[in-house]
Write a protein that binds this ligand. Structure first.
Ligand SMILES: *Cc1c(COP(=O)(O)O)cnc(C)c1O
Length: 375
């Protein structure tokens, strides 16, 4: 790892130095935080703090354009796709997607893989008939339903998936085929953690707080032919066509979050791009899954091996009464925020991009020692 590349996931001020495994927000790379510190008072000679940069200034427009350019390069976004910076989190997109993409149709297809699918489906039901074309609810969300068996509806306006179910720890291994129906994906928890074939999607959205910096910014990548036909009642701020027309500056955008995302994109580029990051993410998650497998049943992962997330590793202790002891001991060892999602329980280790490999290694060691002590 290059100098400054080690993440501040290692909290320096805590009693015992440690790593932060929260699923709700990812750590930031040290190199990015150092840069912010330098630019906080005077951003690149513009005489203004980056926190107070007016969105109307050339300085801010340049920063935003640079961020878009880095993102386009990282993902090799082809011509014919627009990048938008929006607000309201992924949750606003749960409404924006049907409002913008129904195009007068009355049905949309949704795949149900767990907690975030349910949220997206509930919101979409306010605007259209939702066909749940596949669900893994019956098996406790232990897999992604086989896409060959999805009950696809050729008349659907679009088909919506959650590429990584953050609460349950399952992830699509490859991009499913939705035929001529545009594929829409909420990638909030695994955006930029691996290369993507953008051309397979009609629309992708992701909140910034997990792999792109801080809360307040949502990135949307949308195919141009889907634009310009939003429902007339669509709020202007959620109208992709309006945002495209104004280069995402229809109203005051989250300037600091956009600046920070730009720095994170630049950092990812310096790490060697998404293929390199994906390899590192694979190694991090493999280390934890190996500790689970080698524990002879002390730990178990409810998700079937081929669908296990490389970003949110969810597991349980066979003796569930030991879970609070595990979490407390982990915290004392500097391994923070490991409790599972409230809807799932158990343990969850989130390994977003800025979590260094040493963090995964430290957790795996802790798990092995804890199992040895409590077997
Ligand atoms: C974290 C997360 C969200 C959260 O959405 P916000 O509106 O930004 O709070 C949505 N979808 C997925 C898949 C997530 O992991």
């Amino acid at each position: 790892m290059p100098e400054g590349g080690v993440s501040r996931a290692r909290t320096r001020s805590s009693r015992c130095a440690g790593f932060q495994f929260s699923a709700a927000a990812g750590p930031l790379p040290d190199a990015v935080l150092d840069r912010v510190q330098r630019e906080l008072r005077d951003c690149r000679g513009n005489g203004a703090s980056v926190l107070a940069l007016p969105f109307t200034s050339k300085a801010f427009r340049d920063l935003a354009a640079e961020a878009v350019a880095y993102l386009r390069a990282l993902l090799a976004i082809p011509d014919g796709y627009r990048v938008l910076f929006m607000q309201g989190g992924a949750s606003a997109q749960f409404a924006a997607v049907p409002l913008n993409l129904l195009h007068g149709r009355s049905t949309a297809s949704y795949v149900d893989t767990g907690h975030w699918s349910a949220k997206a489906i509930a919101e979409a039901r306010r605007y259209c008939t939702v066909n749940v074309v596949a669900s893994s609810a019956a098996s406790g969300y232990d897999r992604v339903p086989d896409s060959a068996r999805w009950m696809m509806d050729a008349g659907a306006a679009y088909c919506h998936i959650i590429s990584n179910e953050t609460a349950h720890g399952l992830q699509y291994r490859s991009t499913p085929d939705s035929g001529d129906v545009p594929l829409v994906a909420d990638m909030t928890s695994d955006f930029l953690t691996r290369p993507l074939e953008i051309a397979r999607f009609g629309l992708i959205y992701a909140g910034a707080q997990k792999n792109m910096g801080i809360a307040g910014l949502t990135v949307v990548i949308v195919r141009e032919d889907l634009l310009g036909r939003a429902h007339p009642c669509t709020p202007s701020v959620l109208d992709y066509g309006v945002q495209v027309k104004h280069s995402s500056l229809y109203n005051t955008p989250p300037t600091f979050a956009i600046y920070l995302a730009g720095l994170v994109f630049e950092w990812l580029h310096a790490q060697g791009g998404l293929a390199t990051i994906a390899e590192s993410n694979r190694r991090k998650s493999a280390r934890i899954y190996a500790a689970i497998e080698r524990s002879e049943g002390f730990y178990r992962c409810p998700v079937q091996p081929q669908w296990r997330s490389q970003v949110n590793v969810c597991f349980r202790l066979a003796n569930e009464t030991l879970t609070p002891t595990f979490l407390e001991a982990a915290q004392c060892a500097g391994l923070f925020q490991l409790a599972g999602h409230p809807s799932a329980g158990g343990v969850r280790a989130s390994l977003y991009n800025a979590m260094p490999e040493q963090g995964a290694e430290a957790l795996a060691h802790f798990m092995e020692a804890f199992a040895a002590r409590n077997a």
